[in-house]
Structure formats: C-alpha cells, structure tokens
Design a protein around this ligand. Structure first.
Ligand code: TRP
Length: 355
C-alpha cells in the first residue's frame, strides 16, 4: 500500500500567530496523534524565507528558534514528528535545480499566490530570481520526502498543483519515482483565513494585527478587547452584522459548544449567540469577553509549555539537529533514485560508448 507521509512547513520570518494555529498547527497536532501516518515531517523553510529576505539573515536565524518553540508549545511531539531545517538538506536544492527544467516561466507567472506576493512586496519591476523559483523548490520539499499529504492553507493550493504537474512530468520522462500529493485544508472558512484583530483580510505581522501564540495573557486581553466588530452596531439594541466581524470569525475558529456551558450558559451554541447579535440586544463587549475566555483557555497551556521549552534551548537545538540529519539521510536515498532515473549516476554501474 502507498505510504501516507505528511510534509509541511513554515517560513521562519517571525513568531507564529493564532492564524497559523487554526490554519494548520492545531491540525498537525491532531494528525500526529491519529497514528495514521507512516511519517510526519515539518520543515522550517529558511531557504524559502531567504528568497524575499536575503538582506535580513538575522531575522531568519532567530525566527527558526521561535518557530520551533511555537511548534513544541502548541503540542508537536518531537518523538512523533521530524522537525528539520530546509537549508540543512542540500538534496532539496539539488532536486529543485532539476525540477526547474520541467516548469516554464509562464507557468510560475500564473501562480496566484506568487502574483499576490509580488504585489505585496512591490517586486513588480525587480523580482528576485530565487523568489520566483520558490514554488518549484517547494515541489522538491514535498517530493524529496515522498510526501503525500500536505496540511496547509488555501494559499498553498497552487504550490501543490504545480508539485503534481512536476511529478507527472518527471515520472513520464524518467520513470515512476514520485507519487502525487494532496493538500489537507483547514476545516472551516474562518480557520482558512483568520482575519487580523483589525478585521483586515489576513493576520500579518506587517499589518500589526496579530495575536501571537507567545503573547502574554495581558496582551491577549488588550488585543481582544480592542478588536474590530461591526462599525454600524452603535447601541446594544441595534441589530449587529456578522459579516466581516472579526470577533465572530474568531468564535467560528475557536469556539466549541462546551465553551457555552462553561462560560456563557444562557446560550446553547454559537448559532444562538449569532441570532441574538443579528436581532439586536447583544453588546460587543459581552461577545469579546466570551471570546477572551476561550482564547485564554486555549493559549494558556501553550504559553506554559513555551516557557518550559525556553528553559531547555539546548534540547530544542538538538531536536533540530537530529531532525535535519534524518532528513538528509532520507533525502539522499531519494536523490539516489532520482539520479539513477535521470541517468546522471555516472559512476554507478555501466557507462559505455554506443557502438
Ligand atoms: N510556502 C510555505 C509558507 O509560506 C512554506 C513551505 C515551504 C511549505 N515548503 C513547504 C509548506 C512545503 C508546505 C509544504 O508558509
């Protein structure tokens, strides 16, 4: 039977926030505990982060430790998951180099995620070539480990599509080496794209609208209390709107029925709360205080585990070192298959002139 292998990753460009948590981290912890997978890899994509941060290596370097601490704090178990650093696996670069021959420039130009990023970074006139190639390198990330399941956000969909195109081309030209991969998306729209606390499209560090997993309780409180809601909901008695209302989007992402029994027993579930809000007569602060209790309940154990791991930084580095070594071993095995398939394993076996 085909093996079920998870490969996923994050760019280390800062600490992780609750958008990362509901978008993929929480899911990864659940997946690691299902026991359904033959292998789980989480890659810290420092090489990819450098494609648009070439001038800021210190930021990437520090973020690797922060992101690893966030993983461990969120409940990733280093006994069950191999965490590794992308740049420590040179086979990834090697494979990406060959994949570049299987993809056209116009194909990458059509990638909607790359298009958005180019706009966001004002790269239009001056796209770093390495940045432009990162979707191809991401195909190498996934396939070098024979990844078949990629838990990730919707913005990664075009990368998986490209990966599978490359897999098909590779297999057609050189013989069957790789399997196609499948993306595993978050289970609801709120988790897919958690807005910032200001209600803006996406939580992002540059917009300053994030709640970080490592934010202290007081900071979370202040951020939740000042969240964007419905600007037309002026009096408590006014009917409120849910669309674009960050508090309700966060409730969609975090709230379970049991939270009502515990913190807001006048309501059975989120639908009842939403109905009351849209009818009018329910104040924003009441909703925010409910959300805050849920957030603190979720984040407190994460903060505690992080504080513990921060005291054990040498162990954290050891986890990364061992993970990266393992990734190299696995990567080298795959590259041997690849070099053989591509007929570039010159010193293994026969190599003659044709008669
Ligand atoms: N592109 C991903 C991000 O921006 C990071 C990443 C790199 C990744 N390689 C990957 C994700 C492979 C999934 C699979 O966060």
């Amino acid at each position: 039977m085909k093996k079920k292998i998870i490969l996923t990753g994050d760019r280390p460009t800062g600490k992780l926030h609750i958008g990362h948590y509901v978008g993929s981290l929480r899911r990864r912890v659940e997946l690691q505990n299902t026991g359904e997978f033959d292998k789980i890899y989480i890659m810290i994509a420092d090489a990819q982060a450098l494609t648009d941060n070439a001038d800021n290596p210190e930021k990437i370097r520090e973020s690797i430790l922060n992101v690893t601490l966030d993983y461990l704090a969120a409940g990733i178990d280093p006994e069950k998951v191999t965490i590794f650093i992308q740049s420590g696996v040179p086979q990834l670069t090697e494979l990406a180099f060959y994949y570049m021959n299987l993809v056209s420039v116009s194909r990458v130009q059509r990638n909607p995620t790359v298009k958005t990023e180019i706009k966001m970074r004002n790269f239009e006139a001056n796209i770093p070539l390495g940045f432009f190639c990162y979707p191809v390198s991401q195909a190498a990330d996934i396939t070098l480990f024979h990844g078949t399941v990629v838990p990730a956000g919707e913005d990664q969909k075009p990368m998986i599509e490209l990966t599978n195109e490359i897999v098909r081309r590779f297999n057609t030209i050189y013989g069957e080496v790789f399997d196609e991969a499948q993306i595993l998306l978050p289970d609801n729209a709120a988790c897919m794209r958690l807005p910032g606390t200001d209600g803006k499209a996406k939580m992002s560090k540059s917009l300053g609208n994030c709640i970080y997993l490592s934010d202290p309780a007081e900071v979370v409180e202040q951020k939740v209390k000042s969240m964007y809601t419905d600007p037309t909901h002026l009096k408590v008695s006014d009917p409120g709107h849910l669309e674009g209302n960050a508090v309700f989007t966060y409730l969609d992402a975090f709230c379970k029925d049991e939270h009502f029994a515990k913190y807001l027993p006048e309501y059975q579930n989120l639908q009842e709360l939403k109905d009351h809000y849209t009818r009018g007569g329910l104040g924003d602060m009441k909703c925010k205080m409910f959300l805050l209790k849920i957030m603190q309940e979720t984040l407190e154990p994460i903060r505690q585990r992080r504080a513990e791991w921060e005291q054990r930084l040498p162990e954290v580095k050891e986890i990364l070192r061992r993970g990266t070594e393992e990734a190299c071993r696995v990567g080298e095995e795959t590259m041997q298959q690849v070099r053989q398939a591509m007929r570039i394993d010159y010193f293994n076996g026969e190599w003659e002139l044709s008669k």
